[in-house]
Design a protein around this ligand. Structure first.
Ligand SMILES: Nc1ncnc2c1ncn2[C@@H]1O[C@H](COP(=O)(O)OP(=O)(O)OP(=O)(O)O)[C@@H](O)[C@H]1O
Length: 279
């Protein structure tokens, strides 16, 4: 279906703690879930590898603590990795491991190549700026200076995410949870990034608002052909959105494949439980 991945993630590892003799052996057989009982080191993600193809939505599903957000935050440079490689197929970064580039270049990648929508809108938005001001902030960070152009881009984006323009000067702090997520999505899209990260964006919203946010994500993917990585503990959300899915447990990817295939024929016993609990 696709030629070349736009993003390649290889052997991503993130641990909290320095490890000990008990847990640093190759098999890590002494861990309890993702945790070393001797030294307390947490292996939040272990040897996680996957590709993301142009225009696809890749889902990452797993229970709380399985390491989904850690993967996403490492990719977005919010957390420093312990080890791993990430390659973006883009003329500016071809062949460079993004995890080892300078912090200035990382900032450039965040501002131009990636968009992020956090579970908690407080992390992604300035709650005391206006909604259009939030979008302008991201545009300015990417080097834009033309106020008229930024206003036009901001208004177009707010319309795309169905925020009425008469509310564009209002701070997102006044908005409902679903509206805040829409403003975050608009902000994340402002520099037309080829890759969008969405971390539990529907969690905590009521069902009808969840459905509207999911429809919006699907619309954006259809119209902009952007690649997305969507993290959720909820397989029903992943089923609605993702073309392919990774299943994580205790920091490891235990299964990956086409979402339909995983739902129809889950191989791992944990995935089977997830699928059956959805029925
Ligand atoms: N800053 C930190 N310090 C220590 N441990 C951490 C830190 N951040 C995450 N962890 C641990 O890493 C593991 C993975 O956490 P992570 O947040 O990635 O899981 P998750 O699957 O996204 O779960 P949730 O959906 O509940 O956030 C957990 O055991 C968590 O306690």
């Amino acid at each position: 279906m696709y030629e070349q991945p736009i993003l390649q993630v290889k052997h991503l590892n993130k641990q909290f703690g320095s490890g000990c003799r008990h847990c640093t052996n190759a098999a890590q057989a002494n861990l309890i879930k993702n945790y070393c009982p001797k030294c307390g080191t947490i292996y939040a993600c272990r040897n996680v590898s996957f590709d993301v193809y142009p225009g696809e939505i890749l889902g990452i599903v797993g229970e709380s603590g399985s390491g989904k957000s850690t993967v996403m935050h490492c990719l977005y440079f919010d957390k420093e990795v312990t080890a791993g490689e990430v390659y973006l197929h883009d003329p500016e970064f071809e062949g460079l491991n993004l995890l080892t580039i300078s912090s200035q270049k990382k900032r450039y990648v965040r501002n131009h190549k990636y968009g992020m929508v956090y579970q908690n809108p407080v992390k992604g938005l300035k709650m005391n700026f206006s909604s259009i001001g939030n979008i302008a902030e991201k545009l300015i960070a990417a080097g834009n200076r033309n106020v008229t152009a930024m206003q036009r881009i901001g208004q177009d984006l707010l319309e795309t995410v169905h925020i009425p323009l008469f509310r564009m000067k209002e701070a997102p702090g006044n908005f409902s949870g679903g509206m805040q997520q829409r403003v975050q999505i608009a902000k994340a899209l402002s520099n037309q990034p080829p890759i969008l990260f969405l971390d539990e964006v529907t969690t905590g919203l009521d069902l009808s608002v969840q459905a509207a946010v999911i429809d919006l994500i699907k619309l954006i993917q259809r119209e902009l052909q952007i690649s997305m990585i969507v993290v959720s503990h909820d397989l029903a959300v992943i089923r609605m959105l993702a073309d392919r899915t990774l299943v994580m447990l205790n920091g490891e990817v235990i299964e990956q494949g086409l979402t339909d295939q995983i739902l129809e024929d889950p191989a791992h016993s944990y995935t089977q439980q997830l699928v059956y609990s959805m029925l």
